[in-house]
Design a protein. Structure first.
Length: 362
């Protein structure tokens, strides 16, 4: 069989496999449900796709359930307070997604509460790029559009023996995926490709012997499946430094918090006072930058990795009975689990305080 004749065979085999082996995910309508006439809720598809960006399925499940119980419709989410949504998102990372989530929900709600029914229309909404628009359009609206995430890139590069390094290979992968995507079940096909990449066509030691498309896989035929996709070498991330000041008020049973600026990294989230580190600039690491005079002691360091840089913070701790400085407040320990504290901030607080304190997100 010639390569250009294999698209139909690949599509058929993969959909047959998906009908039996589709992963059961809380945001997904299974193939049996579709045959019974049940349609996906675009709001749920959108919510899951935003949460899944740069995050694992395992990490998203509990957040998705929590969001859906609090805000079951896009109109309900649009009416939520920013602080509530940011607190509910805390710990999931990439906080610009949460801000865009609210902006998108409010844009959709302002236009009647219905998401656009095409990838082109979806791309006009805040926080929705090419991949997310295609995923929603294919899964929720059956648009015949290529849906390409990391799993799909891996599967297609192996099927088609695309050896150009990423990201230069992306256009060729997208074209190949578009050629494979059927007109009648594009959403199921996209999810089948994702499932294949997540469970069988894995980055290391792919389970080729049970793969439904092993015969037409050009990389398998060449014996180089584990080398694809080829990735360009990553540049080493720069290291930035700074300091966090965890002040404890023993009488109140509280620690000092403040809200970060409304723009920039971790915008709108909460934190103990910190020095002015950014992705490009180091912050002061010693007590000369403390928010007030106290018996500060070094509790240790915390390291955290962002998309473009690594951060090392010196964590200082002090006990005080002073009033909270302007723009800050004393937060009781028993409410820390519900605050809009990113993982980095929770690490700093845990480093400074008794590990038995309720610092982790509830």
């Amino acid at each position: 069989m010639q390569r250009h004749d294999m698209a139909g065979a690949i599509t058929t085999r993969l959909l047959d496999w998906y009908d039996v082996h589709a992963r059961r995910l809380p945001w997904r309508i299974g193939p049996g449900d579709r045959r019974a006439g049940i349609r996906p809720d675009p709001y749920r598809v959108w919510l899951s796709e935003i949460m899944l960006q740069q995050t694992t399925v395992a990490a998203v499940k509990s957040y998705y359930a929590d969001f859906l119980s609090r805000w079951p419709t896009v109109d309900a989410l649009a009416a939520a307070r920013d602080e509530e949504v940011m607190a509910a998102w805390a710990g999931l990372g990439y906080y610009a997604r949460a801000r865009n989530l609210l902006a998108c929900a409010r844009a959709v709600s302002a236009h009647g509460g219905a998401f656009p029914g095409s990838a082109a229309g979806l791309r006009d909404l805040p926080g929705i790029g090419d991949y997310t628009a295609a995923a929603i359009a294919a899964i929720a609206y059956d648009e015949q559009v290529a849906v390409v995430d990391g799993n799909v890139e891996r599967v297609v590069s192996r099927l088609e023996l695309i050896q150009t390094p990423l990201p230069a290979a992306k256009p060729a992968i997208r074209l190949a995926m578009q050629a494979l995507t059927p007109p009648d079940r594009p959403g199921d096909f996209a999810q089948a490709m994702m499932d294949l990449g997540a469970t069988i066509c894995t980055p290391r030691r792919p389970a080729c012997t049970i793969c439904p498309v092993v015969e037409p896989c050009a990389a398998r035929a060449s014996g180089i499946q584990e080398t694809l996709p080829v990735k360009a070498p990553k540049a080493e991330k720069p290291l930035r430094v700074g300091a966090a000041f965890v002040a404890e008020h023993p009488r109140l049973g509280a620690i000092l918090l403040r809200r970060r600026a409304s723009t920039g990294l971790l915008a709108g989230m909460e934190e103990p006072p910190m020095t002015g580190w950014t992705a490009r600039v180091d912050g002061v690491t010693d007590i000369t930058a403390a928010p007030f005079a106290a018996e500060w002691t070094l509790a240790g360091t915390v390291e955290h990795t962002f998309t473009h840089f690594r951060l090392r913070l010196s964590v200082w701790h002090a006990e005080t009975g002073a009033a909270a400085p302007d723009g800050m407040w004393w937060q009781p320990f028993d409410g820390l689990g519900d605050r809009a504290l990113p993982t980095l901030m929770r690490k700093c607080i845990a480093r400074a305080l008794d590990p038995e304190r309720p610092v982790a997100k509830r």
